[in-house]
Design a protein around this ligand. Structure first.
Ligand code: FES
Length: 73
């Protein structure tokens, strides 16, 4: 789904950029150009950022817990 119509940026592209290290709205604006024109996409892009970061942190936490459970030391 296209989130930023002005710059033709999809939710998938935004999630990928976040997973690759764009961890703030300023970084997304710099790296993708999202919300740099009319600004109508800013609130949804910010919501995507928060959801994706939270999901990413949960995944890292789950992987850490799993590693601890399988370690024999
Ligand atoms: S829709 Fe994203 S800047 Fe206009």
């Amino acid at each position: 789904m296209i989130v930023c119509v002005c710059n033709n940026i999809s939710d998938r592209e935004i999630r990928m950029a976040i997973e690759l290290g764009s961890d703030s709205m300023e970084a997304l604006q710099r790296d993708l150009g999202v919300a740099t024109c009319c600004g109508q996409c800013l609130s949804y892009a910010t919501e995507l950022l928060g959801d994706t970061l939270a999901q990413s942190h949960t995944t890292v936490l789950q992987e850490t817990v799993l590693q601890r459970q399988t370690c024999s030391n």
